[in-house]
Design a protein around this ligand. Structure first.
Ligand SMILES: NC(=O)c1ccc[n+]([C@@H]2O[C@H](COP(=O)([O-])OP(=O)(O)OC[C@H]3O[C@@H](n4cnc5c(N)ncnc54)[C@H](O)[C@@H]3O)[C@@H](O)[C@H]2O)c1
Length: 309
């Protein structure tokens, strides 16, 4: 399943084209036909573990695919603002206690993380090279570990949890102590939209990289997430995998002071609320609810919510 189908997104769009961003001509033709003013680039191979098995495909999509999107946006003449979505994993992770700021060095131990650092470098070169030549203002967004309804990806803690719960199986996890900056998907999406808006209206001062991470309290270990979900779904059972896992970062936190201070963006839902919303979405889906209406209601709740709401 996927959210696009389950929430019946297509009928709500003016038009849509499904294509492969590794195909430069296809991206350019679709962009020229649509003549967009704003481009939000989220397409990616987004999984760390898969990137170890498929590094070439990961770099092809995340690096060359991004280049094709940047180039198409430059070629089509209508684009005012472009937001490239990368990740918190684009930083050179020193496993230290402080949150990473946008000025910190890029890096990436695994192919996924490194491909996203490459995507940041491309973004920065396009910004510097084509500034003022009719090209769009370009920003990039770096979010933390995103959770939310409608995610069925492999090797992600909540989709894996729901699969285990629905099948009545014990969930096997790799790193119960790994601390991640968890946040509900609506948080960074609100950030990307706020950034696109300011790039469109104000341009240059906003054409840079932006962290959209959760509050410090919401950087929690995987084990804490599972204990909280078990409070909502008492039948959840989990155990720790005994075979060695591939390297994954154990500690990473974002400093989002820039987005808070300059864009006026801030997280609205605590991690506990984000987990409740994610579990509720999954329970509604398994009960056969109208997921378009349900998703729209969650978006409305988010928009109306105050911090901790
Ligand atoms: N999920 C997270 O925790 C997280 C955190 C930070 C950043 N991100 C970034 O957010 C973006 C969205 O990720 P997501 O987690 O929603 O994953 P997702 O898999 O739900 O979305 C990625 C989308 O990209 C599409 N895609 C993949 N390869 C493509 C290709 N070659 N051509 C065209 N489309 C292609 C997929 O079909 C999918 O719709 C990605 O850029 C990801 O790196 C995700």
């Amino acid at each position: 399943p996927n959210l696009f189908t389950e929430a019946r997104v297509a009928p709500q769009l003016a038009s849509h084209v499904i294509g492969d961003i590794r195909d430069a001509d296809a991206v350019r033709l679709a962009m020229v036909a649509a003549q967009p003013e704003i481009v939000l680039h989220l397409a990616a191979q987004p999984l760390v573990r898969l990137s170890y098995d498929e590094p070439v495909a990961t770099y092809a999509t995340n690096v060359m695919g991004t280049l094709h999107v940047l180039e198409a946006a430059r070629a089509c003449g209508s684009v005012l603002a472009l937001v490239n979505v990368t990740t918190d994993k684009c930083y050179d992770n020193k496993e230290w206690a402080w949150g990473y700021r946008e000025i910190e060095p890029l890096g990436g131990h695994d192919p996924y993380s490194s491909s996203k650092a490459c995507s940041e470098i491309l973004t920065s070169a396009y910004r510097a090279s084509y500034h003022g030549a009719g090209a769009p203002w370009i920003g990039s967004g770096r979010a933390g570990n995103v959770i939310g309804g409608g995610d069925w990806a492999l090797d992600r803690i909540l989709p894996d949890t729901f699969r285990a719960l629905d099948a009545g199986k014990t969930l096997v996890i790799r790193h119960p102590g790994a601390i991640r900056p968890w946040q509900h998907v609506l948080e960074p999406l609100a950030g990307y939209l706020a950034l696109a808006e300011r790039l469109t209206t104000d341009g240059a001062p906003f054409a840079s990289a932006w962290n959209f991470g959760p509050s410090d309290d919401d950087a929690q270990p995987v084990g804490w997430i599972l204990d909280t979900v078990r409070g909502l779904c008492p039948s959840l059972r989990w155990e720790v995998e005994d075979r060695p896992a591939v390297h994954e970062a154990h500690f990473l936190k974002l400093d989002s002071s820039k987005a808070r201070g300059t864009l006026g963006w801030q997280p609205r839902w605590t991690l506990a609320t984000a987990l409740t919303k994610t579990v509720e979405w999954h329970q509604a889906w398994t009960a056969g609810a109208d997921m378009q209406a349900f998703s729209q209601q969650q978006i409305a709740d988010y928009e109306n919510g105050a911090r901790n709401g």
